[in-house]
Design a protein around this ligand. Sequence first.
Ligand code: 5RP
Length: 243
Amino acid sequence: MTLNEQKNLAAVSAIDDLIKHGLIFSGMKIGLGTGSTAMPAVERLAERIRDGSLSDIRAVPTSFQTTIACENLGIPVYSMNSREIGGQLDLAIDGADEIDPGNNAIKGGGAALLREKIVAYNAKVFVIVADSTKDVPSLGTGFALPVEIIAEARTSVMAEIRSLGAEPVLREGVRKAGPVITDNGNLILDCRWKAGADGAAPIDPEQMEERLNRIVGVVENGFFTAKKPIVYIARENGTVDKR
Ligand code: 5RP
């Protein structure tokens, strides 16, 4: 299977399985993630609304990309603070950049990590859908960890991140001169640690998720370790592992 076929398979299988097990249901409040694996999940949700399996779904999108998709597909969108949502969701479904065997994840490849974490951490159930390339033995040395920061603190935050052993790189825009500006008006630093002699990452993602957020000027980081997701990973042979 190609990567796109795997993304689609993971997304569609997850939505159908979650409906079957009653975790996606009519009248629920659902958080919808961002990226090329979350999008087919949003499309499948819309299909299941159209075929009458689901009704009265209230969705909270995690980015402009997902808001536009919901608008085009006719899924009603709300903010986390709306009276209909009240800051709490029944379930959130999203993609990931990397997932380790303990279901800790790195997210933020699409620069949407802040809203993604607000949505995931305030949902009763968190679900990740992914292709096989996202399944890795450890986090921090492969896909660079996205950290959302206040522009004014760029230099001081970069120095602090270096002191924690990582090399931060300011994310540059594509078809736009200068850095990426997030949906929240902030910058992104992509931070990577060097692997130790044994090939493993020299950090504990759970500790690092908390440690990075203590740096003045860091808004949020892309380690997702505090809320363990149900993970659906599509494999090249066309099967899907659920863990
Ligand atoms: C966006 C994200 C995405 O979920 C992550 O980057 C995975 O994207 P894709 O499914 O396109 O590979 O965290 O901020």
